[in-house]
Design a protein around this ligand. Structure first.
Ligand SMILES: O=C(O)c1ccccc1N[C@@H]1O[C@H](COP(=O)(O)O)[C@@H](O)[C@H]1O
Length: 203
């Protein structure tokens, strides 16, 4: 069963829509981004999320103490590290880690071998921000790496109209979307519903 993460949530309406339609993970961006939320905002958004939906905090090269503060205050289940965090840093977090890799060449995918994390997120190269730029990467690069039993989350420019092709090509454990479920820079409830339904119907 391919799982779905809806990322960059800033408003209660979108959180509720994602939960109601069947999202498996919700992402709150603490990193520098147009989708950035404070710890207090994330805490408010997270408070009514049922426990089967996992709350993910997204950070880029953040201090360990700040990450741990957000975990405690907002009740995060996972931390997504979207910067240059080392394998050793990932071991210190205290909750399971989703480590993100920006894929330009097969070497970027091969870095996964040095990490021991819960999930490995493959994203497109950074644009204005370290993620959430709405661009796809060359999915065929993933074919040249043996992921063994490593759990892969595919991200980067996914939308309702390309997500099934992406799943067929990469065979990820989960897909992650931010820009592709927005209209004019804000989360769009109908796009969230359509994205999740497309992934779940494809099973
Ligand atoms: O969403 C953001 O603004 C963001 C900022 C900094 C790091 C990661 C961010 N989001 C992650 O980026 C990818 C791809 O998003 P998109 O669908 O291409 O917009 C995804 O993993 C988000 O979790």
């Amino acid at each position: 069963m391919v799982q779905v993460k809806i990322c960059g949530l800033k408003h209660e309406t979108a959180v509720r829509a994602a939960v109601d339609v069947g999202a498996d993970f919700l992402g709150f961006v603490f990193a520098h981004s147009k989708r950035q939320v404070s710890v207090e905002q994330a805490k408010q958004l997270a408070q009514n999320v049922p426990s089967h939906v996992k709350k993910v905090g997204v950070f880029v090269n953040e201090e360990l103490s700040s990450i741990q503060h957000a975990i405690t205050e907002a009740g995060l289940d996972y931390v997504q590290l979207h910067g240059d965090e080392s394998p050793a840093f990932c071991q210190q977090i205290g909750v399971p880690v989703i480590k993100a890799f920006q894929v330009i060449s097969t070497e970027d995918v091969e870095q996964i071998g040095a990490y021991d994390c819960a999930y490995y997120l493959l994203d497109s190269p950074a644009g204005k921000y370290r993620g959430g730029n709405g661009e796809t990467f060359d999915w065929t690069l993933t074919k040249q790496y043996d992921f063994l039993n490593k759990r892969v989350i595919l991200a980067g420019g996914l939308r309702q109209d390309n997500v099934q092709e992406a799943i067929d090509e990469v065979q990820p454990t989960a897909v992650d979307v931010s820009s592709g479920v927005e209209t004019d820079g804000e989360k769009d409830v109908e796009k969230i519903q359509a994205f999740i339904n497309t992934v779940k119907k494809g099973e």
